[in-house]
Write a protein that binds this ligand. Structure first.
Ligand code: NAI
Ligand code: MG
Length: 358
């Protein structure tokens, strides 16, 4: 069966890093139909829109999307809806990509890059699952209004609305339990149910869904405590599931445990296992076009694509082992370079991963 993959390199370092991930995917002897289109600023330049119909149609009709990054200072003066960043928001919305998976793995060879003590983070390998399309980020009503009564009467007030529907909690819980089943069968659900109605409801539904996954050990933690435990003893966690707002914060915190943004992949999935896979970093315009960027986050995103959208776990493992191998060989792009190791360019890193695959 042929798998159709939309390749959307985007702006800045996007094309350079995506090229390396495509080389890796192509080397695996899978039946893939890779179709490339510009997105973000690059699409604006050609089509006058960051996510034109031709790109959206390709994305919708594909099994998975490999996305580089979008954004550049030169588009800062455009109207909001024409800015490159709207492409990623538009894709999330159009495809219903509600589950954001962000692994935080500290490779032993990069132990010095972590902001924590080696003994606290050595061997760290956790997965944060963030709900991506609900919560206070999208709640209505929202805005600024004049308060009619009470202690703030006559003042202007800014407000957002936090809510989660049962189906929204249910579907992210299923994704999380299934991910936990594939790992160490430990899931921690993070909320603020001592204060928030939405969180109490979240917890109730997660407990209900848990009955379908008796092999997974479920625990619960308040967000403030979770933020603390994540730096105190991060290895106590395996899979964490949480809402949009808490997940935004926790996943960035977890990223710092591994120290290097150039190493972190991500996946955003919908209920049909269609997914968008991209590095956690942006388009890095400061180093674009210089063959300096670290392509490993994008290459590892391609591995996630194989694992979560195509069901090719064996090939995903192969890519991840190859990345491990090049790190063992002492090869480093500038962002993760340490004295005494071999500094390589974007394309040389791609060459090395390809070689390690064989
Ligand atoms: P950024 O992640 O692009 O860069 C932050 C710093 O990390 C820079 O010094 C950059 O050189 C470095 N860096 C990032 N990725 C790297 C890699 N693979 N290898 C080596 N160094 C790397 O974040 P920044 O500067 O805040 O944003 C730049 C542009 O990217 C903006 O237009 C922003 O809107 C966009 N952006 C796009 C995202 C996406 O496409 N999903 C996500 C985040 C930002
Ligand atoms: Mg964030």
């Amino acid at each position: 069966m042929t798998h159709k993959i939309a390749v959307l390199p985007g702006d800045g370092i996007g094309p350079e890093i995506t090229e390396q991930a495509v080389r890796v995917l192509t080397a695996l002897d899978l039946d893939l139909d890779l179709q490339t289109q510009p997105v973000g600023g690059a699409a604006y330049d050609v089509h006058g829109h960051p996510l034109p119909p031709v790109v959206l149609d390709l994305a919708k009709s594909s099994d998975a999307i490999l996305f580089g990054a979008v954004g550049d200072w030169k588009y800062d003066t455009l109207a909001r809806e024409l800015r490159p960043e709207q492409a990623i928001l538009g894709l999330r919305k159009a495809l219903g990509l509600f589950a954001n998976l962000r692994p935080a793995i500290l490779y032993p060879q990069l132990a010095n890059a972590s902001s924590l003590k080696p003994e606290v983070v050595a061997g760290l390998n956790i997965l944060i699952i963030r709900e991506l399309t609900g919560d206070i980020y999208f709640g209505q009503p929202r805005g600024v209004r004049e308060v009619a009564e009470g202690p703030f009467k006559g003042e202007r007030q800014g407000f957002d609305t936090m809510h989660y529907a049962e189906s929204e909690v249910r579907r992210i819980a299923h994704v999380a339990f299934q991910a936990a089943q594939k790992r160490s069968k430990k899931l921690c659900s993070v909320d603020k149910s001592n204060v928030l109605e939405t969180s109490q409801f979240w917890r109730e539904i997660v407990i209900e869904v848990a009955k379908e996954y008796p092999d997974v050990a479920l625990s619960h933690m308040y967000i403030d405590n979770a933020a603390m435990q994540l730096v105190r003893a991060p290895k106590e966690f395996d899979v964490i599931v949480t809402g949009n707002l808490f997940g935004d914060i926790l996943s960035d915190e977890a990223a710092m445990l591994t120290g290097s943004i150039g190493m972190l992949p991500s996946a955003s999935l919908n209920s049909a296992s269609q997914g968008l896979y991209e590095p956690s970093h942006g388009s890095a315009p400061d180093i674009a076009g210089k063959n300096l960027a670290n392509p490993l986050a994008t290459i590892l995103s391609a591995a996630m694509l194989l694992r979560y959208s195509l069901g090719k776990a064996e090939q995903a493992d192969r890519i991840e082992s190859a990345v491990q191998k090049v790190l063992e060989q002492g090869l480093r792009t500038a962002d993760i370079h340490e004295q005494g190791l071999t500094r390589v360019s974007t394309s040389e890193m791609g060459d090395a991963v390809l070689k390690a695959l064989k």
